[in-house]
Design a protein around this ligand. Structure first.
Ligand code: RTP
Length: 147
């Protein structure tokens, strides 16, 4: 479990509002280790693949258009139970249902502008990390935190 990894992405609304630093800081302070980080303008093809599970939903095209409308901050975090804990740190999909103290609970009120994405299972995390990063962009290093 110690080496579990998750894919966290600050969406264009979060980047535009200057929330990247705060989101990174929350994961760092919680004790997770950053193993990959980049800013990216995602192609429609990449986003259709990332959100393939939602392809039949009425909001799918709007979602893909919005996430492609500006840069996203892509990151991989590693540590104990990071997939589930990362989702709890993000809050509920609907920001209005998110508790204060979570990212969405502190910074969002609209479902379509909920600031961030986090993998929902270890399996999705592995798929998403492969989709968004090349192997040589993942940095293996020893944080003193874990020594
Ligand atoms: P995410 O992938 O962004 O972390 O979100 P999630 O797992 O919590 O939620 P998911 O069901 O995968 O939905 C992906 C994103 O689509 C937008 N959405 N809009 N009814 C709607 O208009 C609607 N439902 C979902 C949200 O921005 C959600 O994060």
């Amino acid at each position: 479990m110690a080496n579990e990894r998750t894919y966290i992405m600050v969406k264009p609304d979060g980047v535009d509002r200057g929330l990247v630093g705060d989101i990174i800081s929350r994961f760092e302070k919680r004790g997770y280790k950053l193993v990959a980080l980049k800013l990216k303008l995602a192609s429609e093809e990449l986003l259709r693949e990332h959100y393939a599970d939602l392809a039949g939903k009425p909001f799918f095209n709007g979602l893909v258009a919005f996430i492609g409308s500006g840069p996203v901050a892509c990151m991989v975090w590693e540590g104990k139970d990071v997939v589930k804990t990362g989702r709890r740190m993000l809050g509920e999909t609907d920001p209005l249902k998110s508790l204060p103290g979570s990212i969405r609970g502190d910074y969002a009120i609209d479902l379509g502008r909920n600031v961030c994405h986090g993998s929902d299972s270890v399996e999705s995390a592995n798929k998403e990390i492969k989709l968004w990063f090349n192997e040589d962009e993942l940095v293996n290093w020893n944080a003193s935190l874990y020594k």
